[in-house]
Design a protein around this ligand. Sequence first.
Ligand code: IVH
Length: 677
Amino acid sequence: MAASKKIKTEIAKLRASLDDHSYRYHVLDDPQITDAAYDRLMRELEALEADHPDLVTPQSPTQRVGAKPDGPFDEVRHEVPMLSLSNAFDEEGVADFDRRVRETLEIENVQYAVEPKLDGLALSLLYVDGVLERGATRGDGVTGEDVTLNARTIRSVPLQLRGKDFPSVLEVRGEVFISRAGFAALNEGQRKLDEKLYVNPRNAAAGSLRQIDPAETAKRPLEIFCYATGRVEGGKLPDSHAATLKAFQKWGLRVCPESTTAKGVKGLMKAYASLGDRRDDLPYEIDGIVYKVDSRRRQENLGTISRAPRWALAHKFPAQEESTRIESIEVQVGRTGAITPVARLDPVFVGGVTVSNATLHNRDEIERLDVRVGDTVVIRRAGDVIPEVVSVVKADRKKGARKFKFPAKCPVCKSPVEFPVNEKDEASVVGYCTGGVTCEAQRKEGIKHFASRRAMDIEGLGDKIVEQLVDGEHIKTAADLYILDLETLSGLDRMAEKSARNVLKAIDKSRDTTFGRFLFSLGIRNVGETTAETIASQLGTVEAFKAVTAEVLEAMPDVGPVVAASVLSFVGSKPNVKMIDELVKRGVTWPDVGMLDADVEKTLDGKTFVLTGTLTGMSRDDAKKALVARGAKVTGSVSKKTDFVVVGADPGSKATKAEDLGVAILDQAALEALIES
Ligand code: IVH
């Protein structure tokens, strides 16, 4: 049925009305109708659009939640990098900043824009001719992820800018966050479903924005405050930051209502104190205040050093502290045998989360603090780090409170605890269980590490499953994972047959790995990812690894006597060597490291490659290294200048783009042939 003019007008009116009400609500913070009245208008529009699907446009307020895409997020390159901020923690740092600014600009008194440092995550929104074209995360500042579908679900992100005088290309940047109330409601929902609670609003916001299914993101109470620009073409912005924020508001973009301006260090410190006083009453969490030179021309004169602009500063609030009582002190045994004392606390709310454990780090720290069970202590939580005990309130100590004795034996396997001596003859402050693979705690942690994402990446093999497998004596080492059967797995608690099958599949998939990952997965003390890669590329084979000597190790870049000693102690242990042999015998395999050798012929000199999708048995990084070693260039986006696009499993939009441009496409086999030729 062709839509009559009347229906078209009706739809246009409803959309304009919904947009206006949403603008009043989100940007002006001055709603004119109730939520229920808004929902009624929305349902009217939905009904009309359902009868006239040809009239639906992507900018319609009904179109916020799109269909679930079938793959992971594409990469986005930020043409204007997304920078970070330099930090200051006291007045001196602020004064230094202001002095540098004045000296560079050669002026007496500087006007600053001042706004809260929001504790969420940065989002870039690209508007072309006023229409939201792309939403992207910051990533490492240069490459982020395309989260357009998720960004569209955020009610305070306009799908279409208001007015006319915005630049034709306008990239706006802002902070996505969840308010305190939104967070409480979110966790209330989780509690009702008996699901895991979110730790803090920031983590919940970050997780929500990175959901694959936009319908899931739409359920989360995400909000945005816009505070910066990226690409700007075809039009001009006002010449100060404060005026730009006003323009943002006019265009329908939400801006933090606490934004203001101040002059000189005195003015900045006053703003800091005032915001600090109101911090706990704000409806969202902030971790400091940001000062930005207000004039855009002056910002340009000041420029950027490394990854932060010289014209802006984040002045952080002190980490949050709270006092509570220690109920007990326990020790935990980690993957490398490291023994960490942990204080179990009377739960206390600090810095936005409830804390019931705090680390006491090591034996020396316990002595330094002189902390005892039953003591009242001050707990600090800063950012994402593990909460720690800062000090003991000695005045509150009960008579007879006994000192904590650091155990001489591992609490799990009863092997002696030792404090190894380093090359400078200093005893380590960290105590280690000497039980090695005979210690159940070490084995559990070792297997968890082995399965983790950066190691063998066995999806679905979570901590609880590993614990059950070890407790039930179904597996002793990581190598035993590869002989697990469906019956054992599906016999575990809370494990349906379907999940068990998936875990088995993931275990099988992990057999194809790289030598570097394999060495990292072994969980050798002091051997992180980079060191593991170095050792892998220098030794090349398991045989060479098992027979390695101190001389060979110490000749490697960035390997010193401490790392060498850890590696030698690892390969010197019979159970470890047995596990390595079993892993290989049970099918763990990797491409020959020789392929990655740096001194090969430059057979691909001058050729440009783009890699997309997942390769088997070789990471994209390895493929890149192999190509670069042969003289090729590897870039992030496909253009006419690209010679080859290598397409792995589940490729992104780059594969389609290559087809469109007629660029040669290689599959993994063709890539390997090319590398070997
Ligand atoms: S401006 C040129 N303003 O802090 C600097 N950032 O450390 C670009 N942040 O990635 C950012 N509140 O996620 C700016 N009012 C604010 C901010 C803010 C929070 C975050 C943002 C950025 C990080 C930089």
